[in-house]
Write a protein that binds this ligand. Structure first.
Ligand code: SAH
Length: 221
């Protein structure tokens, strides 16, 4: 998401309590900080709608990562203005490439990739958040029983991601090429998703796990 420059963005980010400025210092300690047993991270969280909504529904911790300062500032402001917002939320203004500096091995329970930039040109594929290099980093920071949930409107990015995760050794746990064909109230609609739904475009969704496991195993987490 590229946005026009907001004159207030930098100063806002600098003082908003929800923004964590030294995420590397929290490595291995996020669950303590957010007082939670399950940690979700959304890479490329945009204006924050998804994580602000989802974090209200449980006691889980949520961290949004956004590299565009203007977009991150809007997310921070949206969170700060929401009187019902969960206290178990932080935002990181930074590049997902640094994920291994911020999170310890196995620290993340659920990683979310919502409507990531498709980078259509072949030369730019390394920038895709589902490129092999990113997937290798996720393997490190996602818990043994953790998972990655991805949604996109982009068929090319979806195909690419399926193959990259397959090569990276992940187990495809769930897949849909029209996720909103049936109601899924458990999963909030993101800002981009709303736009594509208004255009009647199908939403692709996949869930990968590090290892396959049956539902009853969930209790043991
Ligand atoms: N998840 C939101 C926004 C999708 S647009 C939604 O569904 O509505 C994709 C967002 O990812 C943009 O805001 C872009 O700035 C951000 N982004 C892209 N590459 C990133 C990276 N390497 N690290 C962090 N954020 C990134």
């Amino acid at each position: 998401m590229r946005m026009r420059k907001l004159p207030w963005a930098e100063a806002y980010i600098a003082q908003a309590p929800v923004v964590h400025h030294e995420p590397q210092r929290e490595q291995g300690k996020w669950k303590q900080l957010l007082n939670c047993t399950s940690l979700h991270v959304e890479l490329g969280c945009g204006k924050g709608d998804y994580l602000i909504t989802m974090s209200k529904r449980s006691e889980d911790g949520w961290i949004g990562v956004e590299k565009d300062i203007n977009v991150a500032a809007i997310a921070a402001r949206k969170y700060m203005r929401d009187e019902q917002a969960s206290t178990q939320v932080r935002l990181i203004h930074g590049d997902a490439q640094q994920i291994c500096d911020w999170f310890a091995e196995g620290e993340i329970d659920v990683l979310h990739l919502n409507f990531s930039d498709p980078w259509p040109k072949k030369k730019a594929h390394t920038k895709r958040l589902s490129h092999a290099a990113f997937i290798a980093a996720y393997r490190r920071v996602v818990h043994e029983r953790g998972e990655i949930q991805m949604k996109t409107d982009n068929a090319q990015l979806f195909e690419f991601s399926i193959l990259q995760f397959q090569e990276g050794g992940w187990y495809l746990h769930d897949i849909s090429v029209d996720f909103r064909r049936t109601p899924h109230e458990e999963d909030a609609i993101t800002e981009y998703e709303q736009r594509f739904l208004s255009l009647h475009q199908p939403i692709y969704r996949a869930v990968w796990r590090k290892y396959p496991y049956v539902n009853s195993d969930k209790k043991k987490r």
